[in-house]
Design a protein around this ligand. Structure first.
Ligand code: GUN
Ligand code: ZN
Length: 478
């Protein structure tokens, strides 16, 4: 089978790609609005104007309603919704998680999805909630696996297969399940049962779950984050390697009077001014109707997808993630990623620029990766590391090597001054976080070599961690 997913640009784990479906390609990252044929606040056929290339709907809701079922079977799902682009269908797993039980077997609902002409079909996976005992997560995972294998028989050229990854918050199970499913060569890999994590703002745990799934998955497959619909976390999720999102949030938030932005949510009633000029907000009157609020939520969601795509092309995705993670729970997620960034170091493509946008930048994968570059340089004998060369030029002849210092990266030889990241970085004067990172890299370098080091520094480099450094180097205040 030819690969249906083609990747054209990459940054961090994020990528721009194209997924071929029977009703045309979906450019990723993509947001698929959830449409409910019973209660559409914004009609499916209107979704294109906001930027939606594809939709997702729930096959179980259609199946359960005799009128909709009959219409879907006779006209097809595209005709029923009035949308001729790709349509993905979900299976009723969410209803299973909410009500504990549904009246249909997985094979039956997958066959129904095929019969109504869905482009991407989903079996009834079991969305095991977070924090359950390992045994339950494993038991339910095995049921999900069986159903995915069973569904594969119904999928092919006419309907692509979505193979959901479950495993609750057991990261080893998530990774194993992803690895097993990779051998099936499904078309889309949704990460399931993350809605409860997002609802309770557990973005750090969400990030760990995504990273565990990605560790087990073939990297050339599109990944869907099931139920993720808030634009403030799209950049983070894309940077971790998610390609598809679905959103019922635009409508659910509108119903609750909640106004989305890429950096958080306002209660519409609290807004005296509208921080947006989309067509729904353009008049400036903050008294939006529920329908206008849903439209605004769609506009900002799709604008954020475009912002992310441009950031990928510019090699600036990590900078965008940092700007989006001002909210405490997201900041926690960013730190979790930075602590576990080893896999990024192997695959993050070379970047052309590094902008220090906040103290979080001090912990970027590029800073850790610079240390690897450093430990490759040869160093012996007496080494001077200086923060201010004009003040130390007179003493350089006493040393075998002189290294310069730049926060947050650390020491570097003159030969690296023009190369990435030293040469291509925009960094303000050193601050507490950036000095900390630089000193950490300096200590790591000294420890990896057998050298007699002297650190000559001016007063802008005064820092608590110099005491740690004094165990490895002679300190020389300038
Ligand atoms: N929608 C939100 N979460 C899930 C999930 O875990 N599985 C399926 N099939 N749909 C979902
Ligand atoms: Zn708006």
């Amino acid at each position: 089978m030819p690969d249906r997913f083609e990747i054209t640009h990459k940054d961090v784990f994020g990528r721009i790609g194209k997924l071929d479906t029977p009703h045309g390609p979906i450019e990723t990252p993509a947001l698929l609005p959830v449409v409910n044929p019973n209660t559409a606040l914004v009609a499916p056929k209107e979704m294109r104007q906001f930027g939606a290339a594809a939709l997702i709907t729930n096959a179980y809701i259609i199946y359960r309603n005799p009128r909709l079922k009959e219409a879907a079977l006779s006209e097809g799902i595209h005709e029923l919704l009035g949308f001729d682009g790709p349509i993905m269908t979900d299976s009723g797993s969410f209803q299973l998680a909410t009500y504990g039980k549904i009246e249909i077997g997985s094979a039956e609902i997958v066959a129904f999805q095929r019969d109504i002409g869905s482009d991407i079909g989903t079996p009834i996976d079991i969305p095991t909630p977070p924090d359950v005992p390992f045994e339950r997560a494993l038991r339910e995972l095995n049921v999900t696996l069986e159903r995915i294998w069973e569904a594969a028989a119904f999928c092919g050229a006419e309907m692509l297969l979505a193979a959901p990854i479950q495993g609750s918050t057991h990261l080893d199970l998530r990774e194993q399940h992803a690895r097993l499913l990779s051998t099936l060569n499904a078309d889309v890999y949704p990460i399931g049962a993350v809605v409860p994590l997002m609802e309770s703002y557990r973005y750090a745990d969400l990030s760990s779950v995504i990273m565990a799934c990605k560790a087990g998955l073939a990297l050339n497959k599109p990944v869907h984050l099931f139920g993720a619909g808030h634009p403030m976390m799209f950049a983070l999720a894309v940077a971790l390697g998610c390609d598809l999102f679905d959103s019922a949030a635009y409508a659910l938030y509108a119903r609750a009077g909640r106004y989305m932005t890429a950096s958080g949510t306002y209660q519409l009633n609290d807004l005296a001014y509208l921080p947006c000029s989309c067509p729904a907000c353009a008049g400036g009157d903050p008294k939006l109707t529920e329908r206008e609020l849903a439209e605004h939520n769609l506009w900002v969601s799709f604008a954020e997808i475009n912002t992310i795509k441009q950031a990928i092309i510019d090699g600036q995705l990590w900078e965008l993630v940092e700007r989006r993670c001002g909210y405490p729970a997201l900041l926690q997620a960013l730190r979790t990623i930075q602590k576990n960034c080893a896999p990024f170091e192997a695959i993050e493509p070379l970047k052309w620029s590094f902008m220090y946008t906040s103290t979080e930048s001090a912990e970027r994968p590029d800073v850790a990766r610079f240390l690897i570059k450093l430990t490759n340089i040869e160093l012996t004998g007496r080494v001077l590391i200086t923060t201010n060369r004009t003040q130390t030029r007179d003493m350089e002849h006493e040393f075998d090597t002189t290294l310069l210092m730049k926060a947050p990266f650390g020491p570097y030889p003159q030969e690296l001054a023009e190369t990435y990241p030293i040469g291509q970085s925009e960094v303000p004067d050193p601050d507490y976080a950036s000095i900390k990172s630089a000193v950490r890299n300096l200590i790591a370098l000294i420890r990896s070599k057998n050298v007699d080091a002297t650190f000559a520094y001016d007063s802008t480099w005064n820092h608590d961690d110099l005491e740690k450094l004094s165990s490895y180097a002679t300190l020389l205040p300038l």
